[in-house]
Design a protein around this ligand. Structure first.
Ligand code: PBG
Length: 334
């Protein structure tokens, strides 16, 4: 032993940028990132989302451009949300062949194909949100029964029709996010019966009733009064999140998700440790808004905070990360 008496000096591996780069246990890659995008029916210019600075409700034309930009930057996927011009109690437009989300899906597929042909490498996987909340006039994720609660089994029929419509429009991945029991099995059956056995299901498995969805409500012009606590999970429960993931895998989910990411990193780690399918995590609108707001005030270093927040999600076990910064991070990493 030296005169100092210190045997182990972990600081040696932190001495230089090149040393830190070599020994980094985790690193972000554009292919791991999924960019959520909003497309709104009946607008002729993009509409900024005030609580999500830098994000917009796209027109069909600007959706095309946004997907193309994601493709050029090497982003791994896009996740599409649609805002219809007309809503009703059943969310009929969700499964309409020419509904805004189906139109957006076709546009996204075209944009991906065009950029792939141009640059000769794979573009983003086209993922589509499979949920009724943007399409119902009451804003809930399902259809309501006579006393106003969301009717699980009646909603499953609507999800099945929606998933098939999305697959017909060219979705690579459908993404049930409504937290109805049995939704993955129902959608798998419907897709297989319709000949779409190659379309994947990304299950929002452990989706919590979260205050951090606040800005998303503006992003989709949400009609919701009240909350989603009878179907989304209680933030108090971690074990139940693991159970939800297990059930979705047993029902045939190709990938599972924990959402939000930031306040549920323990659940993400737990799911990652037991899952034998890829695990996604969604850094949601409120997580985005908090960092943007603090950075706009000069209270934190924006780029460093963005990268640290996303790397933390990766470190907690996410294979795939949905983040509104996906395009920007991919460009930084380039
Ligand atoms: C439901 C859905 C929501 C989000 C994604 N899918 C809203 C909700 O459950 O209330 C929130 C995403 C975010 O906040 O970024 N279709």
């Amino acid at each position: 032993m030296s005169t100092s008496g210190i045997v182990y000096r972990p600081r040696r591996l932190r001495t230089t940028p090149r040393m830190r780069r070599l020994v980094a246990e985790h690193r972000l890659h554009p292919a791991d990132l999924v960019l959520p995008l909003f497309v709104k029916e009946g607008i002729d210019a993009p509409v900024p989302i005030s609580s999500m600075p830098g994000q917009v409700q796209h027109t069909e034309a600007t959706l095309h451009d946004a997907v193309a930009a994601a493709a050029r930057a090497g982003v791994g996927g896009v996740m599409l949300f649609g805002i219809p011009a007309v809503r009703d109690a059943l969310g009929t437009q969700a499964a309409a062949a020419d509904g805004i989300l189906q139109r957006g899906t076709r546009i996204a597929r075209e944009a991906v194909a065009a950029v792939e042909a141009e640059i000769g490498r794979p573009g983003p996987v086209v993922m589509v949100d499979t949920c009724l909340d943007e399409f119902t006039d009451h804003g809930h994720c399902g259809v309501l029964d006579s006393d106003g609660t969301v009717d699980n089994d009646a909603t499953l029929e609507r999800y099945a029709a929606m998933a098939v419509a999305q697959a017909k429009a060219g979705a690579d991945v459908v993404s049930p996010s409504g937290m109805m029991d049995g939704q993955v099995a129902m959608i798998r059956d419907a897709l297989d019966d319709a000949g779409f056995e190659s379309v994947s299901i990304l299950a929002y498995s452990a989706k919590y009733a979260s205050a951090f969805y606040g800005p998303f409500r503006e992003a989709v012009d949400s009609a919701l009064l009240g909350d989603r606590r009878t179907y989304q999970m209680d933030a108090a429960n971690a074990r139940e999140g693991l159970r939800e993931a297990d059930l979705d895998i047993a029902e045939g989910a190709d990938m599972v998700m924990v959402k939000p990411a930031g306040s549920f990193l323990d659940v993400l780690r737990g799911v990652a440790d037991r899952s034998d399918v890829p695990v996604a995590a969604y850094q949601v609108s409120g997580e985005y808004a908090m960092i943007e707001a603090a950075a706009a005030n000069g209270w934190i270093d924006r780029k460093a905070a963005v990268l640290e927040s996303v790397l933390g999600i990766k470190r907690a076990g996410a294979d795939v990360i949905l983040t509104y910064w996906a395009l920007e991070i991919a460009e930084w990493l380039d």
